[in-house]
Design a binder for this molecule. Structure first.
Ligand code: ADE
Ligand code: ZN
Length: 359
């Protein structure tokens, strides 16, 4: 495994301690960032049912228990069908605010010092909700969390790949006036059979506006989609990318250019991308020197927020303290924060390690 690049604090930690399986007490308190999170996939079942009731949205579920029973997915599409239905309960600025605030409170509780929140505007504008209603609710919650407890967050606008590129371009037109309030565009929704290439004009436009970019690729789709996201869309990060290891040349490229993969372990198991957590390749790729990070994707649908993902890695893959620290370090490194802000968070991570693991 490549050396952990977290500064001098690790010198005070013995090799034996670093090689031990990380405890939940350690990873729960570990300062970390989350880089792959769909805000619509963080809505709690309680809030979903409450908003359905308040907004008179008819759902095929009579109770929260009924709804929860439907959280049993056979693939990405079966999840997306429920995800878009769930998103339909969001109607007002207050609804978007409340959902975003709920997630940011989780960040506070889980030591997620920085988060990059993805949202799907087309899932809302396509059913008649104003783009500005969505933006106002989400960004107000982000501002409040920053001023109330110093929560760091950035906003990432995902484009739906099952819709035509014209819809993506139209969405960018609506978003343009928000400028810096958006840090990046992404590409999500059904990966198969929607390769990245047709979205090149949208990503070119986003780049011209000064936005970074990411794309879901190699979740259900083949390594060719990851190459295409990198070479055609010119993205800075790959969301998921767990199928990268089917292509040694791709792995070599990811390592050489330190392209971040925002991997989501619980999501991969829930969507049957990977049969069992003990088969997950995240730590193998990490040890091989790929810039991987751990994330929750759609936490309320997949059985856990970020700390539950770290916990599953310890339980089922024996993640060591060193690997957990490397994942946390990568999470800040792979973020869209500027260099000075990354350093501030890396220093906090170092200080935490020195305090908690030094003998
Ligand atoms: N939208 C929300 N979650 C997603 C996922 N895991 N893959 C693709 N699109 C998504
Ligand atoms: Zn995702």
């Amino acid at each position: 495994m490549s050396d952990v690049q977290t500064g001098s604090s690790l010198e005070s930690v013995s090799a034996t301690t670093l090689a031990k399986t990380a405890t939940d007490a350690f990873t729960d308190a570990l300062p970390k960032a989350e880089l792959h999170l769909h805000i619509e996939g963080s809505i709690t079942p309680e809030r979903l049912m409450k908003l359905a009731d308040a907004n008179k949205v008819t759902l095929p579920y009579d109770s929260e228990a009924d709804l929860l029973a439907a959280y049993d997915f056979k693939d990405l599409q079966s999840f997306l069908d429920l995800y878009y239905l769930g998103a339909s309960v969001l109607q007002t600025e207050e609804d978007f605010y409340a959902m975003t605030r709920d997630y940011l409170e989780v960040c506070r509780a889980q030591k997620i010092l920085h988060t990059e929140i993805g949202f799907d505007p087309q899932a809302h504008t396509d059913r008649g909700i104003d783009f500005d209603v969505v933006m106002s609710g989400i960004t107000q919650a982000m501002r409040d969390a920053r001023s109330e407890w110093g929560q760091s967050s950035l906003l990432l606008m995902n484009l739906l790949r099952h819709l035509p590129v014209e819809s993506a371009l139209n969405t960018i037109d609506q978003a343009e006036r928000y400028g810096d309030a958006i840090i990046a565009v992404g590409l999500d929704s059904a990966e198969l059979p929607f390769p990245p290439e047709p979205f090149a004009p949208a990503f070119e436009r986003a780049r011209a506006l000064g936005w970074h970019s990411v794309a879901h690729a190699g979740e259900e789709g083949p390594p060719a989609y990851i190459w295409s996201a990198l070479n055609t869309l010119k993205v800075d990060r790959i969301d998921h990318g767990v199928r990268s290891d089917e292509d040694p040349e791709l792995i070599a490229h990811l390592k050489e250019h330190q392209v971040p993969l925002t991997v989501c372990p619980l999501s991969n198991v829930r969507l049957r991308v990977i049969d069992h957590m003990r088969d997950h390749n995240i730590l193998r790729m990490l040890d091989d020197g790929v810039m991987v990070t751990a994330n929750s994707d759609d936490p309320t649908y997949f059985g856990g927020f970020l700390n539950e993902n770290y916990s599953a890695l310890s339980t089922d893959l024996g993640m060591t303290n060193q690997q957990a620290i490397q994942l946390a370090h990568n999470s800040f490194q792979a973020s869209f924060l500027d260099a000075a802000q990354k350093q501030v968070f890396a220093n906090r991570l170092d200080a935490f390690v020195a305090q908690h693991l030094a003998e």
